[in-house]
Ligand binder design. Structure first.
Ligand SMILES: Nc1ncnc2c1ncn2[C@@H]1O[C@H](COP(=O)(O)OP(=O)(O)O)[C@@H](O)[C@H]1O
Ligand SMILES: [Mg+2]
Length: 246
């Protein structure tokens, strides 16, 4: 099972929007998908509620939690709830428990997408430890080299400490406005500072995303022309991500 963690300690950078669309996309390609919502704000959970499975995300931090697919289609959500914040105060041993429980689930699922909270607590570390791949959306409006370095250092630190072989897929510019000189300048700066860690592609800021998430449907299924355009754009990014999982 491929486990893709969408991670950035910052909020509002497009993590959840990307996580749910990646899950939808992978399910559409015929994969059996598990999505784990580790953010107590439960945005992904609200959007994907109809795929809710028996085991909550918080329960995945307890030994031998057995997660099974819902219904026939396999698309299953391990939902967030407020008890997730307690996980961060729990024993550090549960960092490894998440990885173990997901390993046990791998007979039922081909891909697992993990949405993370905007903080670097135990939950986020556990997600990075469980990851086979990590993708970090970045918002170029408030670009800072320090923030980018922090993301990469966290990834490398976890990789070393927990002997993980996770692959860093890259920093993915999100909510990108190509008409903004400020954002374009920041993108150029990011490419100069950390070019080899930048994912080839970006997700454009478009109205359709908020509507899609509210309507609980992928942006490419909405009728409005702007949503269709967003759909084409994000699908090409998602296809590039999917290709790198193999
Ligand atoms: N590509 C995009 N274009 C326009 N709005 C977006 C885009 N991605 C996310 N948003 C909006 O930005 C806000 C934060 O996005 P979200 O995915 O929840 O970020 P995070 O999970 O990092 O906090 C939400 O209101 C969401 O609808
Ligand atoms: Mg979020």
């Amino acid at each position: 099972m491929k486990t893709i963690v969408i991670n950035n300690q910052k909020g509002g950078v497009g993590k959840t929007t990307l996580a749910v669309h990646l899950a939808w996309y992978l399910a559409e390609t015929g994969l059996r998908v598990l999505i784990v919502d580790l953010d107590a704000q439960a945005n992904a959970t609200d959007t994907l509620a109809e795929n809710r499975g028996q085991i909550t995300a918080a329960e995945l931090f307890k030994p031998t939690a057995q997660i099974a697919p819902v219904r026939g289609n396999g698309f299953t959500l391990a939902p967030a709830d407020t008890s997730l914040t307690d996980v961060d105060r729990g024993d550090a041993v549960s960092i490894l428990t998440l990885r173990q429980n997901l390993a046990a689930a791998s007979e039922f699922f081909d891909a697992c997408v993990i949405d993370t909270p905007p903080s670097l607590g135990l939950r986020s570390v556990a997600a990075l430890v469980a990851a086979t791949h990590v993708l970090s959306p970045v918002y170029l409006e408030d670009y800072s080299l320090k923030g980018v370095r922090g993301l990469l250092q966290t990834f490398l630190g976890v990789q070393k400490r927990y002997r993980s072989e996770a692959i860093f897929l890259g920093l993915l510019p999100s909510l990108f406005n190509s008409k903004s000189p400020r954002q374009r300048a920041h993108l150029e700066q990011l490419l100069r500072d950390a070019g080899k860690h930048v994912f080839p592609g970006h997700i454009v800021a478009r109205d359709g995303y908020a509507e899609a998430v509210a309507e609980r449907a992928p942006v490419w299924t909405l009728k409005r022309r702007s949503a269709q355009e967003a759909g084409r754009e994000i699908r090409s990014v998602l296809a590039a991500i999917a290709e790198r999982l193999n």
